[in-house]
Write a protein that binds this ligand. Sequence first.
Ligand code: SF4
Length: 752
Amino acid sequence: MAFTRREFLRTTAAGVALASIDATLGAQGAEALANLGVTWHKTVCRYCGAGCGVMLGVENGKPVAIRGDRENPVNRGLMCVKGFYLHQVITAKNRLLHPLVRKDGELVQASWDEAMELVARKFRESIEQYGPDSVGFYGSGQGLTEETYLANKLFKGCIGTNNVEGNPRLCMASAVGGYTTSFGADEPIGTYDDIDACDLFMLIGTNTAEAHPVIYNRLEARKKANPGTKFIFIDPRKTPTNKLVDLHLQVKPGYDLAVMNAIAHVLVKEGYTDEQFIAESVNFSDGTKPITYDEYKAFLQKYTPEYAAAQAGVPAEQIVEAARLFGKSPTAMTMWCMGVNQRVAGVFLNNLIHNLHLLTGKLGKPGCDSFSLTGQPNACGGVREGGALSHLLPGHRAVDNEQHRKEVAAVWGVPVEKISPKPGLHAVALFDGLVQGNVKALYVMCTNPAQSLPNLNRYRKGMADAFLVVAEAFHPTETTKLADVVLPVAFWGEKEGVYGCTERRSQHLAKALEPPGEARWDGDVLIDLAKRLGYGAYFEHYKGPEDVWNEYLQLTKGKDMDLTGATYARLRELRGLRWPVPSTDHPGTRHRFTREDPLFPAEKAGNRRMYFYTKPDGKAVIFARPDKAPEEPTDAEFPVALTTGRILEQWHTMTMTGQIPALNRPAPRAYVEINPADARAWGVADRDKVRLTTRRGQLELEARVIDRPRPGTVFVPWHWADRLANVLTTDAVDPASKEPEYKVCAVRVEKA
Ligand code: SF4
């Protein structure tokens, strides 16, 4: 197939569409805008978890311009094409201006009082009749930390249910599981600073060029500054990320665990291990009990490059080459995203990545880290650190820990008995509760599960049947269409708060505008609901988001993610702070568990370079994790592997980016990528209509015949609401993280 203009652009540097003030307006242009009365407000991009700093330009109460924040060390003034149009989303036509209530099957305009009374009555009735676990909250890695904190407090601390979940369960839970088991605490050890000192990048399950374009630009900049920098890519597709790649292991979807073990096999066999680091800082486990280093080596015997090659469908020589590149390089970073996490073996695969860094000691020093990329701007901050999943409490605490419940109850000012010790329902189980009728009422904030959940045909019906409240800035979305009440809320730029991005950096977002129509801050709406449910006493001391943040900071004090020094005063001034930041004169931390970490216990650590103080003996764990096939391997009936993902111009369910014509133009319709060899075999030509069928659903899409997915695999971007890719995907979850396996299932492809 001839390259379209879009394909051409996306495989060139221009394809990541990076823009800075200098490239767009020019310095003179910015000055001219200032002279016209435009005021600039420091904030953070609303989209991916890269955490780019942006400046929002406002004139006469209207958003008129946006530019990358040159003083922000994350993006140094750059933005990708999504961020470049973000200010236009604020005034998009689909902004919701008034509350809506369903009457006679139709959503009609209502007053705030009528809508909130209905919500409070339905929740109260359900709680009284069926108990607190008959209701739930489903939030988002896009909500502000302060909003998520209030919801967590209302549901866990006042109503008394741990049915508090968020969409980070669908994208990051396996990364949390990996970090927690391998190192004793969630989130990366290093930071973006490591990119600038790294000689070898291993990218696995991440199309960085499209999903995190500004991070990709930093990788390119590193290559330019240090031409010897090498890139290994492990992914079933060729993507624009390939432009940087020296070695691409184009694995079968779902079969890369053996590859990671085989790389470890070669590292051990050929002597690339750091024996001193292992002796000082590493334990070994088979997942149920401690094992010895020798037992781990015996476990690796099976994972020869030839064995892994047969599993993953890549040449054994490539695996050996990848291991040698990793072993020989003085520094190495592994980066990954949904291709690793959205798997039934997601936690195992995260552990196997950490193993390579622990074996070689490539951790806790410049240029080295096993560094998970994050899909949403505040998944790390509000949900992971804020403890807004069904088993967590704020500050990396757990609901099943009595001491943790006491600490949280003391700060919340609620009786400790109110916080249940029983973990609530994880995301898929929560929506299954709607289907089964066990969960009667659900409050959804800032997310679109009727499009983003897997196996959608099953869960959309549950959402339609239960009492569904959706607090949203936009309407219609697939979820608001199913709601009983839709509450209009403030959008980015119209409210103040904090986001925490991939590199442990908490950043302040300024309020620059008033919300339109009757839209209100989500925090106000939650406090309103709390009052109507009789819990006003626990919320009336908040005068605004800063009070909420200050209360949350108390719950981080002394924890591994200590944010005590990240006050609003500092965050308003600075371009974020990376925790631990235990005092207001602390600059933040580049590498955790090292001597630069303010929590490093020097007296316990002796001469050790790293001390994992979140583990009882300060040692991280290398896990002997076996390879594991996907939940739904291909077979005679469904002979093709389906994988899903994102494209450069769109973000998630297109509620925001779909409003921007310039972003819709490059890919105006949903499509499926088919390898040319498969297309020939199936008699499919480019642009033909094809039918995709899985055990759960069916979808007709336009074929893009292109040498990107490996033969036997098709790729569907999941953004479009008129072609719901998730009717096809499986809701099988990782047994540990409960994250669904969006990234691989079995499909049949036919010409429609
Ligand atoms: Fe926004 Fe991510 Fe693009 Fe940065 S890379 S501008 S955070 S979407």
